[in-house]
Unconditional design. Sequence first.
Length: 125
Amino acid sequence: MIKKDLVVLTVDDDIINLKLLKSMLLKNPNVKEVIEAKNGSDGVGVLKTRNDIDLILLDIIMPVMGGIEMLKIVRADENLRQLPILVLTTDETKKSEAFECGANGFLTKPIRNDELIKKIATVIV
């Protein structure tokens, strides 16, 4: 059974992807709130101010700070290390690097709602 009242942080430099993810996530009755960040640096900033994030959906290729760099920062932080992170990208070649850096799952864009829901259910308990 998936946890209720999830707070999800979506990190993507593409505003259309952010809106699409938010729309999909908010249709899920288990999701309470979706927070958007435009790059890894903004995502890390959100994590420093909020301690109620349950899941991160993380794009890999972004300006300022990319997803792999953010992944490394989150995994190096004692307080954030256990936070589930699903990597979303169009670049399949980044998959092994994302897993090596601590990603819990991987979804290839374009993201489909049913795939997203299934993948969230595998990392949220």
